[in-house]
Design a protein around this ligand. Structure first.
Ligand code: FES
Length: 120
């Protein structure tokens, strides 16, 4: 029987250089949520731009869906790890800038930073 592989010696290294999570949460009761602000379009745009730029894959960038990240009041939001940088975006232009500047070149897009301390 095979033992589960231990990653303890590798766990300090990131599998991805950067990981961006998009909140796609939708609330049916009319409460504020990222889905109301075209979060799916932002996610789809990011995914396609990352792929087109050759940035996707292990050691590079991963784009993932997420549920509510509890920052609904400033949505739609996405967060980049390991940098712990939160963005509030509006349109495809914003997403393209995040991909080109941050995900590709490691430079935070200051104008899109989510306001500090604002949650749900
Ligand atoms: S619904 Fe997106 S952060 Fe809560």
């Amino acid at each position: 029987m095979n033992e589960p592989k231990s990653e303890s010696s590798e766990s300090s290294e990131s599998f991805y250089a950067r990981h961006i999570f998009f909140c796609l949460n939708e609330r049916k009761n009319g409460e504020e949520c990222c889905a109301q602000h075209r979060a799916q379009e932002g996610f789809d745009r990011c995914k396609s731009q990352v792929k087109a730029a050759g940035l996707s894959g292990p050691g590079k960038v991963r784009v993932n869906k997420a549920g509510c990240l509890d920052r609904c009041a400033v949505g739609p939001v996405a967060v980049v790890y390991p940098d712990e940088v939160w963005y509030t975006y509006v349109d495809a232009h914003d997403i393209d800038e995040i991909v080109e500047s941050h995900l590709k070149n490691g430079k935070v897009v200051q104008r899109l930073l989510t306001p500090r301390g604002v949650g749900r």
